[in-house]
Design a protein around this ligand. Sequence first.
Ligand code: SF4
Length: 574
Amino acid sequence: MRLPANSMSGKQKRNKLPDTETGAVRKQWNDHIRIALVYPNTYKVGMSNLGFQTVYDILNGFDNILCERAFLPDDIISRILSIESSRSLLDFDIIAFSVSFESDFGNIISILKKAGLPVSASERGTPYPLVIAGGVACFINPEPVFEFIDCFVIGEAEAVLPNFLDHYKSGAEKKDNLLEIVKQVSGVYVPAFYETSYNKDGTLRSFYPIADVPEKIKYVYLKDISSVSTCSKIVSQNTTFDRSFLIEVSRGCPHGCRFCSAGFVYRPPRFRTLSSLEKTLDKGVAIADRIGFIGAAISDLPEIIALCSMAQIKGAQISFSSLRADALTGELAAALKKSGIKTATIAPDGGSQRIRNVINKGITEDQILSATEIIVDAGIPNIKLYFMIGLPTETMEDVEEIVILCKKIKKRFLDSSRKKQRIGHITISINPFIPKPFTPFQWAGMDDIASLKKKILHIKNGLKKEANVRIDFASPKKSYLQALISRGDRKMAGFLSLVESNSGNWLKTLKSSTINTDFYVYRKKSFDELLPWDFIDHGINKSYLEKEYQKALLFQTSAPCPMNSCKKCGVCIG
Ligand code: SF4
């Protein structure tokens, strides 16, 4: 069944949510293990997340498991009840949070509270549901929410969940069951089995087990992603990708941009085979007109053109989550145009070649300008450009280079647009750099808010006379908060509780908190420091990340991951 166009009001949506979706699973409540899968944000955000949908599909694929969804209340959903049967979260055996962004960590506390559960794991005894959490935000750094979660899944859901559920015993004493699970299942982290101590200067001194459990948690991943199809389970009108069927094409990225956590924690990069993608495509075109290809390195798929043609022959319109400027060809742009795409995105990330070398972006100005031309020549009228400010070693000259590059892009854009007799818009998105865990920049400090504001003003002034150019800025203050949470240790749990007590008012909490938040955000860490996330073993050697950071400071680049089990970063050895 194909879904009709979305034309309902907010109130109608609330009452008729089940009618606006196709693919939801409703099982009878009998002897199943009952799992509430919770996305700690609104329905619209959660249902746009392919990882969340994948876990829903995996869990409902087991005969003995019943999985229903729940979200943060909004104008569509007024209470925290499961979507499928309107049950309270307290009626489930397991509450499983799927967390992609650390900015949603605070919502976990608020959901637990609203659902009637004690927020602290230590106060939730055996009769309460087991609260677990997984998703990329958890396997990058779960420590800021250690206090609220009984156990974390450190790895890809397909690789950990089946084994986890084999050892889960409904109704058993929680602590005993968790101890057994940890001993039998790789990729499970129970915070209550570990303690930490701190140095006088506030840095982490030690992280150690207090039970018979491993010292480090080994991240577990799926070696052959073609063995499973990762795609939308439910197609809904109320998502960012309205009525699109999403298909994961690849996982991880070979390019090694030094600011990107996903590029390191999802190593080795993996691509699906064309034949496995075709099977998933057939499922998609049966229920949706539009197919969204998802992945950090879609344009690196060797058969990308064949995949696009295949989708279009089957009558689908297509879109991509990202495309690299150096991989954009006329054929790819034409395929996008054919699907009705009106805006194509390029991410130069840095304005100067020097900064692009620092971040190991691996694209040149010529490639960026040529991608602009290819997009407009294909008939796609609008372009969106992503840049970062506040990158390590950045000077005001580098910021000025963003202005200069945008003007060059604009000129190339106009030259090509005139030939087409249609002039579209350029949107420039400027985002403060956040030094993330498990990247070569994990030791760097974030640029301060005053400096970021100065850089934003410089770009605004530099481009204010440019017609058809719109500039969007991510707020430096919000980026500060994001850095605080993503780089936090266990002390951050108290801060998040305070945010919840202050009804989500982060700025009030920043003023009233006794925590020195600048310590987490601005401080450059020393290479021999124990980092809050060091207990997670992603297989990447810390010495490799350090070497990459040192190369960045010398403006040196590194070759992409060769994807052939070399020994460079350590992932393919372990
Ligand atoms: S060890 Fe080599 S092939 Fe494997 S992920 Fe690292 S860089 Fe890539």
